[in-house]
Design a protein around this ligand. Structure first.
Ligand code: F0G
Length: 448
């Protein structure tokens, strides 16, 4: 394979800055251990004059790459030739303006937008990333793929691996995994390995397994995967008539999404396709709030690339020493050692971002509100609305600001959480089924 003159990999640590060809399969910088970015030689890429020029591909959506909500923006992630690109129709998602929910939250009804990533083929935002990761996997000739997962990564990986002929192995922990997600990876034919540990343990194991057995890792440590996730922001801008919103609100788990969002806004600004970046809010579950504690309580920041590693090292040593295990109903984000921590810190700097955490009850209430007024989502996704309530209450987000909340996963991923909330929890938005005898008059009486 001829090395691309358009893209390369680069260590995110400015004091290292080591560069590597895109043909190399790396999960972190071999020199200093920090994460890697995919970078572009923009002057070698035929960029559009303005973002709106991408709209011309709606006309040619009969072609697979133009149909894809990821690859129709391909000049902005130009790391491989079209012949390697893999697509299963990802990114046909919806930005819904939701006036009813906005009103309920005390916002201007025109200003709240819900980005439904659950509409992707495997039911979560992960497909945006997998299409890019598997395209890179094809480009480097990989034959087997693996990931650690709280469920959605594995479902998406299994779907893409199956569709392009790679083997797939999924590592899941003993913690919660929503049945919708587990059923997908089994049905899509992935080899599923349950490790006696949690997600963070699986994440550590899978990196060693992949190195030892030369397997292609598709977790968000993989910089190519994050390139695909950038397009979630492009589709929001597209749906807003090529305008940038004021706020992006996203749940934080392994912090891949938030990292990729910060990256694309920095890139778009650099190449002059936008003139301002939105602000970013990353919402943790309280029972898995590493980012919140590190940023808000311990003052950890990107600091132009001079991250104070001791703060994070001490924090993780304390988690080890106390045997801490994350615990939240939002199982997708039940993660205490986010692999993209540094990239997320950078995104927070780029987007003047904020971080906060919300309780499981707040997540479930917000989830029921999304379900009542929108198309529904899984618990982790609803952390965005729960977080937005705080940001409105403390004046960080103005009621007239244009806010896009990323609903990362489909309602049907975790039916147990939904049924339990409605039938057992007796919360404000619980909507339990009502029992009645098999008797017409009694049924009619109930309906009056
Ligand atoms: N929302 C959903 C529905 C997820 O599945 C995940 C991550 C996140 C949010 C967090 O996103 O890692 O980019 O901060 N799920 C991973 C998995 C960890 O294995 O499916 P992030």
């Amino acid at each position: 394979m001829v090395p691309s003159d358009r893209a390369y990999q680069k260590c995110i640590n400015p004091s290292c800055g080591a560069e590597f060809d895109c043909a190399q399969v790396l999960f972190k910088c071999p020199r200093c251990g920090d994460p890697l970015d995919v970078r572009y030689n923009w002057d070698k890429i035929k960029l559009p004059q303005k973002l709106g020029d991408f709209a011309k591909r709606w006309v040619t959506r009969g072609s697979q790459l133009d149909f894809s909500g990821v690859w129709r923006f391909r000049e902005l992630l130009d790391f491989c030739d079209d012949r390697y690109k893999v697509s299963v129709g990802e990114g046909q998602t919806l930005l819904q303006q939701n006036g009813a929910l906005a009103k309920e939250l005390g916002m201007n009804p025109a200003s709240l937008f819900l980005q439904y990533e659950g509409l992707n083929p495997s039911g979560s935002f992960k497909d945006n990333g997998m299409t890019a990761a598997f395209s890179h996997a094809k480009m480097v000739g990989a034959v087997a793929s693996a990931c650690a997962s709280t469920g959605n990564t594995s479902a998406s990986m299994a779907l893409y691996a199956h569709s392009c002929g790679l083997k797939a192995t999924v590592f899941i922990g003993e913690g919660k995994i929503a049945f919708g997600k587990l059923s997908q990876s089994m049905d899509y034919g992935a080899h599923t390995i349950r490790v006696a540990g949690d997600f963070d343990d699986c994440m550590r194991q899978v990196q060693d397994v992949c190195t030892e057995l030369n397997i292609y890792l598709v977790n968000s440590l993989n910089p190519f995967r994050l390139e695909g996730q950038k397009t979630i922001m492009l589709r929001i801008i597209e749906a807003l008539g090529w305008q940038v919103p004021d706020w992006i609100i996203v749940p934080g788990g392994n912090l891949g999404n938030s990292s990729s969002f910060g990256k694309v806004f920095a890139e778009l600004k650099e190449i002059g396709l936008i003139d301002r970046v939105p602000r970013l809010a990353v919402i943790n579950a309280h029972g898995a709030n590493t980012l919140t504690e590190l940023v808000n309580d311990k003052g950890l920041k990107w600091n132009g690339g001079k991250v104070n590693d001791t703060i994070a090292d001490d924090y993780f040593a304390h988690l080890d020493a106390t045997g801490y295990r994350p615990d939240t109903i939002a199982s997708a984000i039940e993660i205490s050692r986010p692999v993209n921590l540094k990239k997320c810190l950078r995104a927070l700097e780029v987007c003047n971002g904020v971080v906060l955490d919300v309780t499981d009850e707040e997540i479930l209430d917000a989830k029921a509100q999304v379900g009542k007024y929108g198309l529904g989502c899984e618990p982790a996704s609803a952390a965005t609305i729960a977080g937005l309530k705080y940001l409105l209450a403390n004046g960080t987000v103005d009621k007239d600001a244009r806010v896009a909340c990323i609903l990362t996963g489909h309602l049907l991923k975790d039916p147990n959480a939904t049924v339990n909330y409605h039938s057992k929890m007796a919360r404000e938005f619980s909507n339990p089924p009502v029992q009645v005898e098999n008797d017409l008059q009694k049924i009619i009486a109930l309906m009056k």
